[in-house]
Design a protein around this ligand. Structure first.
Ligand code: FES
Length: 155
């Protein structure tokens, strides 16, 4: 209780002889920082609730190999297939639990060794516990004098 003081009408901060000026000055100084911190703490869950994502820059992976007509290149993170529309890179990470997919050439499918999900060369899910298709990555063919092969942009 402030028996010999008064309440400030703006911020409700006690003033008067019972309230030290140091504490009052501290509260007046800290209040904007407290509001800013509260706004930051509330913004992160709000943005995740709204599914806002900051787009990440793609990671470029150079593949210094040649691709035969109708063939494929197996890399640790993706497979590049030669198609009628040009080279196409498909992720090798299973969308179920993340196991590394193998390419079965005879069946023309990407198969997961963990739980046998199967995908087409276009990344479309065919069967298994995985419910999402595989991501596709943009591929650039490098044909200059110093570079040959492909550049794959993994996002
Ligand atoms: S991790 Fe690929 S099917 Fe389960």
């Amino acid at each position: 209780m402030f028996t010999d003081g008064a309440m400030d009408r703006k911020g409700g901060i006690a003033t008067g002889p019972g309230m030290g000026t140091g504490r009052r000055r501290f509260l007046l100084t800290a209040w904007p920082w407290i509001k800013g911190a509260a706004a930051m703490v509330l913004t992160i869950p709000l943005m995740s609730f709204l599914r806002f994502k900051v787009p990440s820059r793609p990671r470029l992976v150079a593949v210094d190999k040649s691709l035969k007509l109708g063939g494929f290149i197996m890399e640790p993170e993706f497979v590049i297939f030669d198609t009628d529309d040009g080279p196409r890179a498909v992720s090798r990470t299973c969308t179920h639990l993340g196991c590394r997919l193998n390419y079965h050439e005879l069946a023309g499918e990407l198969v997961c060794p963990c739980h046998q999900s199967r995908f087409t060369k276009d990344g479309q899910r065919l069967a298994g516990p995985a419910v999402r298709n595989l991501p596709m990555y943009p591929v650039t063919r490098m044909n200059d004098l110093e570079n040959k092969g492909f550049m794959v942009a993994i996002s």
